[in-house]
Design a protein around this ligand. Sequence first.
Ligand SMILES: [Mg+2]
Length: 244
Amino acid sequence: MRARGYAPFAASPENDALLDSIVARAEPGRAAVFDLDGCLFDTRPRQVRIFRELAAQQGWAQLCSVREEHFLDWSLRTTMLNAGIAPDWVEAHEPLVRAWWEKCFFSSPYVIYDHAMPGAPSLVRAVWERGAQVVYLTGRDIAMVPGTEIALRAFGFPYNAVRTSLLMKPRFDMDDTEFKEGALESIADLGPTTIYLDNEPANLNIYKRRHPNAHVVFVETDHSPRPDEPGPTIPWLRSFWRTR
Ligand SMILES: [Mg+2]
């Protein structure tokens, strides 16, 4: 089953209970690991910004019609078609749009355009205030540190404080899942990881197999085209927004 896409304000009593269960697992001597893109952060505003810049540079007004709700998966072709752009134009221009998108999306200056998922900073603060180690574990590479730090601080995530750390790939070309698999083992000295949130099923499944007692939670936004699905014991979090 595929994730249904971003729904940042989709609150429900069941979702509240899942958020409560995450906080309840936080305690001193334990680590709570949070992914960034598509998990704590909504990357769609970054992507809209990237489209608008290209539109302005090239005079391609049609790209200004792309809005957040048009991003349903990782296909920019699908995104542009969802925005009502003519299929012929999309076909002819997709490689140029893709090249610009890749140059910008994976760079430090653009991550400041992300928005925190509503409610996510409160959840991470609650976990941190209960004494757990907060680890931000991301497939971003270290060249993206400056923008990532700005965004974490701007939205009020605990950062640059005791019991917080940011783990990023040493090289852009490393595979995200391989990097995270190694990084999760490398933080064992912080204490057992009891909470792990990510929007990429493959990452969650690997961790859950090795640590069946950890609270591993799938954040339902978007994810890569890999065929992996979250394992049957992994709960799905629809949003960080509460009814109460
Ligand atoms: Mg992610």
